[in-house]
Design a protein around this ligand. Structure first.
Ligand code: ZN
Length: 147
């Protein structure tokens, strides 16, 4: 299932991507129409309480992304695949690809290069990810969601 996050929920979309979920961020309300036409199953996440025109929507109340994730916990929990966690570019929503260490040597800080064995990259924006790059602020959130 794909999540479509409303205009004001950009940070929530990033959190969902960290969790390995497919989360699109709506840049403007008109985009909702394009998505409505797609056959994929998706759900619209919004803070709007008035009609949005989306066939399936979930309303979150909190203004804080982290709390929004907690609100969505009952829905997210069964969808989280531990092997997919931290496996998506948080900017592009694209699954990451493994990359040779040699290829990243000059693209990450020396400290990072020597401390981590596995590197991955986003084929869309070319950003390099390693285990420590988004793991730290994730551990707490994951614990909260999976416990
Ligand atoms: Zn990217």
């Amino acid at each position: 299932m794909k999540f479509v996050c409303d205009v004001m929920l950009g940070k929530l979309a990033k959190y969902l991507r960290l969790l390995g979920l497919d989360a699109v961020y709506l840049k403007n309300s008109a985009q909702l129409k394009d998505i409505s036409g797609s056959k994929e199953s998706w759900v619209f996440v919004t803070r709007r309480t008035n009609a949005t025109g989306a066939p399936a929507s979930i309303v979150v109340r909190s203004e804080l992304a982290r709390r929004q994730v907690t609100e969505l916990k009952p829905i997210l929990r069964p969808l989280i695949d531990p092997s997919q966690v931290l496996n998506r570019c948080i900017e592009c929503n694209v699954p990451l690809e493994d990359v040779e260490r040699g290829e990243v040597e000059h693209r990450v800080p020396e400290f990072v290069f020597h401390h981590y064995k596995r590197f991955r990259k986003c084929a869309s924006c070319n950003r390099i990810y390693w285990e420590g790059s988004h793991a730290r602020h994730m551990t707490g959130l994951l614990k909260e969601l999976l416990d």
